[in-house]
Design a protein around this ligand. Structure first.
Ligand code: GLN
Length: 241
C-alpha cells in the first residue's frame, strides 16, 4: 500500500488570486512523480475541518472583499485549523490567506477582518500598493533563494514566536520597512509570494511534501527529480527587476 496525502484546499473559489491554485497542482504533481497518491478536498465556506483528516492545507490570496467572506467563515467553521497547526500539520498561506492566519487584517476601509491567530502577526492596509517581482534569501532551501511576485497593500508585522521566511533582496516583502518576507510558526508558512510560489520554488514545494509525509509516516527520503527546467526558470526570475 503506497503513501497518500490528503490536502485541505481552503476557499478554492474565494481565495484563489493570481493563480494560487497552481500551488495545489505543483504539490500534487511532485507527489505523483514519486508515486505518492494525493486527494484534494475543497474546504469552502461552511465546511468544518476535522484536523485528523488533512496532511497539508493551502490557503491562497484574495482581494479585501473576498477576505471578508473568508474571515467571517474562519471563526465559525475553521477552528479545526488551529488544532491542526498546533499538531504540526503543514500549512501554506499566501498573501490574503497569510494575513487571515494572523490575528487580523485591518482593511483599507478601516474594517478589521479577524483571523485565526495561528501566526502571531498583524496586518494593516496601507496607501502603498506593493507590486512587483520578489527575490528573497532564505535558509529553507539549498540554494538559499526563492522567487515570486507580490501585489498587496497590507503591511504585516511579526510578533514573538514567528520567524520570517527570508530576507528581501528585491521587492517589498512583509511591510517594506523591516526587510523581511513571510512568517513561519511550527510547520505553518505565510508568504506574500504569488507566482504561484510552489512551481517557481520546487525545493520549497518538496520541503512541504517532506513535512507532510514526516508527520504521517515518519522521516522519508524523497526521490530526487530532474529540476533542470524549474532551476532554469528560477535563474531567469532571479534576474527580473
Ligand atoms: N487584499 C490583501 C492586500 O491587498 C491581500 C491581497 C492578495 O491576496 N494578493 O493586502
Amino acid at each position: 500500500m503506497g503513501m497518500k496525502l490528503t490536502i485541505g484546499y481552503l476557499y478554492p473559489n474565494t481565495m484563489n488570486i493570481y493563480g494560487d491554485r497552481g500551488n495545489v497542482i505543483a504539490f500534487c504533481r511532485r507527489c505523483f512523480w514519486r508515486g505518492i497518491k494525493t486527494d484534494i478536498v475543497n474546504l469552502g465556506v461552511g465546511e468544518k475541518i476535522d484536523p485528523e483528516k488533512y496532511d497539508f492545507y493551502l490557503f491562497g490570496g484574495g482581494q479585501d472583499k473576498e477576505q471578508v467572506i473568508a474571515s467571517d467563515d474562519l471563526k465559525q467553521n475553521k477552528q479545526g485549523l488551529k488544532k491542526a497547526a498546533e499538531n504540526g500539520v503543514a500549512i501554506l498561506s499566501v498573501c490574503g490567506g497569510y494575513q487571515l492566519l494572523g490575528h487580523y487584517y485591518k482593511a483599507f476601509d478601516g474594517s478589521k477582518l479577524m483571523g485565526l491567530g495561528i501566526l502571531n502577526v498583524k496586518t494593516h492596509a496601507s496607501n502603498d500598493r506593493m507590486i512587483g517581482n520578489v527575490l528573497i534569501e532564505t535558509d529553507l532551501v539549498a540554494d538559499r533563494r526563492m522567487v515570486g511576485f507580490e501585489n498587496h497593500w497590507g503591511k504585516t508585522y511579526l510578533g514573538d514566536g514567528v520567524e520570517p521566511l527570508g530576507k528581501i533582496l528585491k521587492g517589498f516583502g512583509n511591510n517594506n520597512e523591516d526587510g523581511f518576507e513571510g512568517a513561519r510558526y511550527k510547520n505553518v508558512f505565510g508568504t506574500y509570494l504569488h507566482g504561484p510560489i510552489l512551481p517557481k520554488n520546487n525545493d520549497f514545494c518538496d520541503l512541504l511534501i517532506k513535512l507532510a509525509l514526516k508527520k504521517k509516516y515518519g522521516d522519508i527520503e524523497l526521490r530526487e527529480l530532474n529540476n533542470n527546467i524549474e532551476g532554469a526558470a528560477r535563474k531567469i526570475a532571479e534576474e527580473l527587476e
